[in-house]
Design a protein around this ligand. Structure first.
Ligand SMILES: [Zn+2]
Length: 330
């Protein structure tokens, strides 16, 4: 126990912990000493000193001092045993990226209802079914509040920066963006943020996007509709087409391609019909590659300039889309 406890304490820097709790400090002369306002008493002049090398604090105002566990005991009013449990939990939370992304996704979902501009944007993109929006776990990143929320849960800024949730200056990376969660095996592995202001390109967090979006739900289906974008996916769901998956762009990574070839099935390629023909070109190439693997494909032809999202936004309905599926050519 004693040795484990020492190791646990060594793994945590008191200074990092305090900074996560938004303690503001300045160097106090020597290299490893810092000083700031005391978080344990009403302090008006900085009297709280931290020695980063020794991992200890001392306050000249209230006379408290000790190590990180002592600080947790005092600041959270916990017993020694409870502080130890808190620190262990804190460590588990800091270590698991999927848990952090899950927390971030849940936070963004809670924000959605509070920002009319986000719901307005979704409506513009053809999404009005609130139950469906909830089911798809769509959220909103207003910007400027995720950091506070997650650090209060014990996640370090360092971890949040590594995951790309915070930028290099420590600010929320997603700002005024509608957020979708990319999941694999029931765990959130990335977040997709679509700016509600037209000026900014959509983006993911760094790291893998994973496989096809929504693949796990359609894996057993003999017929699958493949779309490029998440708003295409969402409007098709809303129109009652649930055998849909999304490649998050026209370029499929190797893993996404393999997922599709795991058994015989028919794939309805429903890529954008854009002016420069890139969507259709990608669609043709993909059809050829899939056919070579024994997968049958049909190319769904939307009218010029349309993708499934704009098709529905501009008044297309489920019956019309169904006719397009039926008319799709190999
Ligand atoms: Zn104090």
């Amino acid at each position: 126990m004693g040795e484990d406890l020492e190791k646990l304490k060594q793994r945590f820097s008191l200074l990092d912990y305090l900074r996560q709790q938004n303690w503001v400090a300045r160097p106090a002369g020597h290299g490893s000493e810092f000083v700031g306002l005391c978080p344990l008493h009403r302090d008006t002049r900085p009297s709280f000193y931290v020695n980063a090398r020794k991992n200890l604090f001392y306050c000249h105002g209230c006379g408290q001092g000790g190590d990180l566990l002592r600080f947790i005991q005092l600041s959270r009013q916990l017993s020694f045993r409870q502080s130890l449990a808190y620190l262990q939990q804190h460590e588990a939370a800091s270590a698991d990226p999927a848990a952090v992304l899950e927390h971030a996704a849940a936070f963004y979902q809670q924000q959605l209802d509070r920002y009319p501009e986000a719901l307005h944007y979704l409506k513009q993109r053809g999404l009005h079914d609130l139950a469906l929006i909830k089911e798809l776990r769509i959220g909103y990143a207003p910007g400027g509040s995720l950091r506070r929320h997650l650090t209060a849960q014990g996640y370090s800024c360092d971890l949040l920066q590594r995951l790309g949730l915070l930028d290099s200056q420590g600010h929320d990376a997603f700002y005024r963006r509608v957020v979708f969660s990319c999941c694999q095996g029931g765990r959130v592995i990335n977040l997709y943020g679509r700016s509600i202001a037209a000026a900014f390109a959509h983006r993911f967090l760094p790291g893998s996007k994973g496989g096809l979006y929504g693949w796990e739900q359609v894996q057993q289906c003999p017929e699958v509709i493949l779309v490029e974008g998440l708003f295409d996916y969402a409007v098709l769901w809303q129109a009652g087409f649930r055998h849909v998956t999304c490649s998050l762009g026209t370029h499929l990574n190797t893993y996404q391609f393999q997922q599709r070839c795991d058994r015989p099935r028919t794939i309805y390629l429903t890529f954008d019909v854009d002016a420069n023909g890139s969507g259709q070109q990608a669609s043709q190439q993909l059809a050829d590659r899939l056919r070579a693997r024994g997968i049958s494909t049909r190319r769904v032809l939307l009218t010029d300039g349309h993708d499934p999202n704009s098709f529905f936004v501009q008044g297309g309905d489920a019956r019309q889309f169904q006719s397009l599926l039926e008319a799709a050519q190999p």
